[in-house]
Design a binder for this molecule. Structure first.
Ligand SMILES: Cc1cc2nc3c(=O)[nH]c(=O)nc-3n(C[C@H](O)[C@H](O)[C@H](O)COP(=O)(O)OP(=O)(O)OC[C@H]3O[C@@H](n4cnc5c(N)ncnc54)[C@H](O)[C@@H]3O)c2cc1C
Length: 531
């Protein structure tokens, strides 16, 4: 705890007694979700405290893959450059079938990534992602309160009363909102009476981060659908270091305590046919797969985000990504709700669960189905793996899904879809991020917090370079509400389904999703920002 920190100044403390704190947001847990929430709270002008029961950041690599949509969120937060520096893009994925008799090589960098500045899967250990996020938090004047555990939360209607313990001292914190980013065994979830049913996936995995003496290509991943079980090799940014994930028999439940480099070598040779030369094992773990989604993501002034709200199979590599995106979605809503009329404020807050629970449900369900196909010993699953899967993943359209689909760039909060399932330029879709011909993209011209307008002007050249004087536009129409405004030629969206055929105005949310779209700002009146 750092009681003299500026953000904590409203806290009055005396050891072992009942105290109060006035803070907008209290975040429980300093994993990737909590750190994102804390950075976003500060960037959106809220006061924040973030408590973490551990004494320091864990050094386990855990989540290794950061996806394109998460990088777009990191860009809004101002950390995309540092995250990129800490990681290595995957160049390719090699899928091995039928005892390695058939291999499908998927060149990930050559897939049709479309309108993103981050056309790759980035391998970056979770502790590095957390380090970058914590540095950003510190740069904004925030601080993680280590060794501080939440014990209970009580929603008092106009605030939440949380009891936290630090060094045996109990403190009562009064916060406007409490965000439970406290992981799969969330105390906040339990205290709020929110159920999360875990379903076991019936598969046990051994995981190890280990160095190799082999000359495996450093930036290509491998997935082996072997008769003994699923086996995955993921390159890590440190030269010659790999993450291996091996399905093992559930009766091998103590394998983790006996396995050494020699045993890993045997396992890798048996599953992958690689003479690996395992050494310098930096992390080893064993887990049974399970998954589930909380029945609610909110109880009054208490919200859940990240693993506290949804538990994923690590095999899918989506847990951290979904948590970061949850936290970002929630914090701009809380910030906006403070300026909004009561009805709109409630709609904004309700929108968090409406959008993120469905997204998490689809993600968790999809990964669970894929995991079942890849791990089940049943005859049907075995046939799917040996006969159907190699045919399916050889198809270009399926491989393309490993780019935008897995990268979460097609994630839309509305049901209408364009050709091939791509989102269309309509409410609830991600605003496209086309190049504008001057070495920049549309997102580079938009603010990183708050709402803004994008005007597609079909009378302009389409280069996006002839941006009219926005002050003049604002004077012409009060309907712009003084928000930042960027004008592009309508051809900027030429590759997008549902591209505008005439002048179009788009009201853009703080997360670069489309809040409203029409032919002029007057026809959008009253905008969704009022009401
Ligand atoms: C082996 C493995 C591999 C994975 N690989 C991937 C991957 O490649 N890609 C991916 O996206 N995801 C992956 N994941 C999942 C990813 O690690 C999690 O989804 C991610 O850590 C969730 O972040 P979080 O911040 O929501 O929760 P956590 O990281 O679990 O953080 C929660 C924090 O809350 C703290 N806390 C808990 N209770 C309290 C309390 N009462 N008071 C105060 N603090 C508390 C905890 O100490 C912890 O620091 C993997 C997970 C594992 C285990």
């Amino acid at each position: 705890m750092t009681p003299d920190h500026p953000l904590n100044r409203a806290t009055s403390q005396s050891k072992g007694s009942r105290d109060t704190a006035e803070v907008d947001v209290l975040i429980i847990g300093a994993g990737p979700t909590g750190l994102t929430a804390a950075v976003e709270a500060l960037r959106n002008g809220l006061t924040v405290r973030i408590v973490e029961r551990q004494p320091e950041r864990g050094m386990f690599s855990k989540a290794l893959v950061v996806h394109a949509r998460t990088m777009e969120v990191f860009a809004l937060m101002g950390v995309d450059g540092d995250i990129r520096k800490a990681g290595t893009p995957f160049a390719a994925l090699n899928l091995h079938f039928n005892n390695r008799k058939k291999r499908v090589h998927v060149d990930l960098l050559e897939q049709p990534w479309g309108d993103t500045a981050y056309p790759y899967w980035l391998s970056v250990p979770q502790h590095d992602t957390e380090r970058v996020l914590e540095n950003r938090l510190t740069g904004l004047g925030g601080v993680v309160e280590w060794s501080t555990a939440l014990r209970s939360v009580e929603d008092r209607g106009s605030y939440v009363e949380a009891t936290v313990i630090h060094d045996g001292t109990t403190e009562i914190v009064r916060a406007g909102w409490v965000i439970g980013c406290d992981g799969g065994r969330s105390t906040v979830r339990e205290q709020s009476g929110i159920a999360l049913k875990r379903a076991g996936a019936g598969a046990t995995f051994l995981l190890a981060d280990v160095k190799t003496t082999s000359d495996l290509i450093e930036n290509e991943g491998h997935l082996f659908l072997a008769p003994e079980g699923l086996f995955i090799l993921v390159p890590m940014p440190e030269p010659r270091r790999w993450r291996l994930i091996a399905q093992v028999s559930s009766s091998d439940d103590k394998m983790v305590t006996t396995v050494d480099s020699a045993r890993l070598d045997e396992l890798i040779y048996a599953r992958a046919g690689i003479t690996f030369g395992a050494h310098d094992v930096s992390w080893i773990s064993q887990f049974n797969l399970s998954h589930g989604v909380a029945e609610r993501f909110r109880s009054g002034r208490v919200f859940l985000a990240g693993d506290a709200a949804h538990i994923h199979s690590p095999v899918g590599g989506q847990g951290l990504n979904t948590g970061v995106q949850d936290a970002h979605n929630l914090m701009w809503r809380i910030s906006e709700s403070r300026r909004a009329a009561p009805e709109r404020a409630e709609r904004l807050l309700a929108g968090y669960q409406a959008e993120r629970q469905g997204t998490a449900g689809a993600m968790v369900g999809g990964v669970a189905r894929m995991t079942a196909i890849m791990t089940s010993p049943g005859l049907l699953a075995r046939r799917l793996r040996s006969v159907v899967a190699p045919l399916i993943v050889s198809r270009g359209l399926v491989q393309a899904k490993l780019a935008r689909g897995v990268g979460m760039l097609n994630l839309s909060y509305e049901k209408r879809r364009g050709l091939r399932g791509t989102p269309i330029l309509s409410v609830g879709s991600r605003l496209p991020n086309p190049e504008l011909g001057e070495g920049d993209r549309l997102y580079d011209r938009l603010p990183t917090t708050g709402y803004s307008w994008v005007v597609c002007d079909d009378s302009s050249t389409g280069s996006g370079s002839d941006v009219p004087d926005t002050d003049t536009l604002h004077e012409e129409s009060p309907y712009w509400m003084g928000l930042p405004l960027v004008v592009v030629g309508s051809s900027a969206f030429h590759q997008h389904d549902g591209k505008p055929r005439r002048s179009t105005v788009i009201l853009v949310r703080p997360d670069r999703y489309i809040a409203a779209v029409d032919s002029n700002p007057e026809s959008l009146w009253p905008t969704p920002l009022l009401g």
